[in-house]
Design a protein around this ligand. Structure first.
Ligand SMILES: Nc1ncnc2c1ncn2[C@@H]1O[C@H](COP(=O)(O)OP(=O)(O)O)[C@@H](O)[C@H]1O
Ligand SMILES: [Mg+2]
Length: 313
């Protein structure tokens, strides 16, 4: 049973799509079967891995609205361990079409129930809003990863997102945890970037990933070639940052992965298991310590002006 990670922040341009693509690609590069699911009508994530959203026949839209099984919408990508459920511009109307559906916030969760068994991770690229598409993602997810751009007003609007997460926990998905807060587009030359990182750490404490994604032109260029940065320029800073992020998350989720492996072994006939031996990929990364993130985290209660000291992890 794969771990479902929703990459969410209702602010546009903070690095959600970039993170979803490159984190999923980095999991795949370390031979963890991964499904990338694009639930943003803009479909940047879909084109970013080289699929043409206009030629897609079954997308997240059909999964949500048309009762199409996720398996029928899954497409393979250039990377052997990376599959994708593409998005389509039709998704723009999905929120309205879903309004009358019973349990409309749980449609994606139900849809992913069987498909996620084949993967170690399902990474969802959320749209820049807190509407029904993001609610479906947060309800289907085990955890949420929040990218924060290292710029002025970085924390602005996060109170609203945290409040939404709290409501989802109360009513729809009590297990939802915070995978972590990721600093993106960090510019080491700017004092501002460091100041913002300090402020984010003051608020979120060790929920902030140790890995920071630096501003890197290769990261920005790679989507126009329909490739994750890892395939576009594997030696770039951006590629290395996202591999480090994947390692950090893998280290934080050792228990989840071994439990998932046991469940899969029980449910998969021998010989058909896609899962490679993962031991080698996670071993020996001494830089990353074991997780504070796996369990029992409590989100900050109020607005992001509250310091991190107010919540237990
Ligand atoms: N680390 C980075 N270095 C340089 N450019 C980046 C980086 N991360 C994201 N970008 C660029 O910033 C813009 C917004 O990123 P995107 O991932 O699309 O954000 P979102 O999905 O939150 O709207 C895109 O043009 C993207 O290429
Ligand atoms: Mg996006």
């Amino acid at each position: 049973m794969g771990k479902v990670i929703a990459v969410a922040n209702q602010k546009g341009g903070v690095g959600k799509t970039t993170t979803a693509i490159n984190l999923a690609a980095s999991f795949a590069a370390t031979e963890h079967p991964t499904l990338l699911l694009d639930i943003d009508p803009q479909a940047n994530c879909t084109s970013g891995v080289g699929l043409n959203p206009r030629s897609v026949t079954a997308s997240t839209y059909e999964v949500l609205i048309g009762d199409v099984p996720v398996e029928d919408a899954v497409r393979s990508t250039e990377m052997p361990f990376l599959d994708m459920v593409p998005s389509h511009i039709n998704l723009v109307g999905a929120e309205i079409e879903m309004v009358d559906v019973l349990e409309r916030e749980r449609i994606l969760k139900q849809a992913l129930r069987s498909a996620r068994r084949k993967y170690d991770f399902v990474v969802i690229d959320c749209p820049p809003s807190l509407g029904l598409l993001t609610l479906n993602s947060l309800t289907a997810a085990n955890s949420v990863l929040i990218p924060v751009q290292a710029e002025y007003f970085a924390l602005e609007g996060l109170g609203q997102l945290l409040n939404t997460i709290k409501i989802v926990r109360q009513h729809l998905n009590p297990e939802l945890e915070l995978e972590g807060v990721l600093m993106t587009m960090f510019d080491t030359r700017l004092r501002l970037s460091n100041q913002v990182a300090d402020e984010v750490r003051r608020y979120f404490g060790d929920k902030v990933f140790k890995t920071i994604v630096q501003r890197n032109v290769r990261v920005a260029e790679s989507p126009s070639f329909g490739k994750p940065v890892l395939l576009y320029d594997a030696t770039s800073k951006g590629a290395r940052n996202y591999i480090a992020l994947a390692r950090e998350i893998l280290n934080n989720n050792q228990r989840f992965l071994s439990e998932a492996e046991e469940t899969q072994e029980e449910s998969t006939p021998s010989g058909t298991n896609r899962r490679p031996n993962t031991a080698a990929t996670e071993a020996g990364d001494g830089a990353v310590s074991s997780s504070p993130n796996t369990n029992g985290d409590t989100l900050p209660e109020s607005s992001p002006s509250t310091p991190a000291s107010g919540f237990s992890l």
